[in-house]
Design a protein around this ligand. Structure first.
Ligand code: G
Ligand code: G
Ligand code: MN
Ligand code: NA
Length: 253
């Protein structure tokens, strides 16, 4: 059997699970959201990271089903850990192939309705490259989602061909600065200048900023100084299974 056949079965047999990583306010460390990150718990191979099967899902078209599953599961999971310290908003990663279909908009709406959840409580993350692969349909579907109230988030900003001029064409609420830039703040003056300028420009354009991959307190201090809104990173919490996230919330908040 091929890996793809196994992946199809995995999706049907609940072998895919979502891990969650908190998104926190840079100043207060308040939890403002969670990012869902898929993992494959393979019966013989153990934990398989998304880099090893998402490309396969994208090529085969299985990604459409996988993404809708992830949105549904993330909503159910977040409802189960909503508490005083955490409102329950959740970010799900989506691919070019998801947004290149207008039917995606209706599919998302159905999931939100099924769970009676406000569109504003989900963020859909995608890279700019993904949005520009089939810009006509993608921008139309993203715009329809944004008009419904779904938050659009631009992931991995600062890598590839992402640029602030393309960004203007997307109905995004949030921009996530890639961890390759954030990781260099301490050691490289130019990286620090780029991060600071990107934060200023993106905020002036009206976007909320998330710094990804914050691994130490010193980097967080820089981000405070730069007025960055929120961050994610190993400094505070790695992506964890739902039960461990629940424990982490109970212990820390
Ligand atoms: O969490 P981790 O480092 O393993 O994630 C690796 C990559 O896989 C990241 O780029 C992330 O955006 C992507 N990824 C994780 N979960 C999903 C998912 O549910 N759907 C899609 N399309 N990509 C995901
Ligand atoms: O592309 P995307 O931003 O969705 O990918 C998120 C990936 O980043 C996940 O695989 C997650 O495990 C990883 N990640 C999250 N926080 C950190 C961090 O502080 N350091 C590093 N190296 N990776 C991180
Ligand atoms: Mn992401
Ligand atoms: Na990213």
């Amino acid at each position: 059997l091929t890996l793809l056949t196994h992946l199809r079965e995995a999706l049907d047999q609940e072998q895919l699970v979502l891990y969650y990583q908190p998104k926190l306010n840079v100043n207060s460390n308040q939890v403002v959201g969670m990012e869902a990150l898929v993992r494959w718990i393979h019966p013989t191979r153990g934990l398989i990271p998304p880099d090893e099967f998402i490309p396969l899902a994208e090529e085969s078209g299985l990604i459409n089903q996988l993404t809708l599953w992830a949105i549904d599961r993330a909503i159910v999971d977040m409802n189960s850990i909503k508490q005083a310290a955490y409102s329950g908003t959740v970010s799900i990663n989506v691919s070019a192939r998801d947004i290149s279909k207008m039917s995606f908009v209706e599919d998302v709406k159905k999931i939100l309705n099924r769970h009676s959840v406000a569109a504003e409580s989900i963020y859909l993350e995608l890279t700019e490259t993904a949005a520009m692969e089939d810009p006509k349909v993608s921008i139309a579907s993203l715009t329809a989602l944004a008009e419904m109230g779904v938050n659009i988030s631009v992931d991995d900003f600062g890598t590839g061909y992402s640029s602030l001029s393309y960004l203007q064409r997307l109905p995004a609420k949030e921009v996530k600065l890639d961890r390759s830039l954030i990781g260099e703040i301490r050691s490289s003056d130019s990286a620090a200048i780029i991060v600071k300028a990107s934060i200023n420009m993106a905020q002036a354009l009206g976007y909320a900023i998330v710094a990804e991959g914050v691994e130490d307190e010193e980097t967080r201090e820089y981000l405070k100084e730069y007025n960055c809104d929120t961050y994610q990173g190993f400094l505070t919490c790695r992506p964890l299974p739902l039960d461990d996230i629940r424990k982490w919330l109970n212990k820390n908040y």
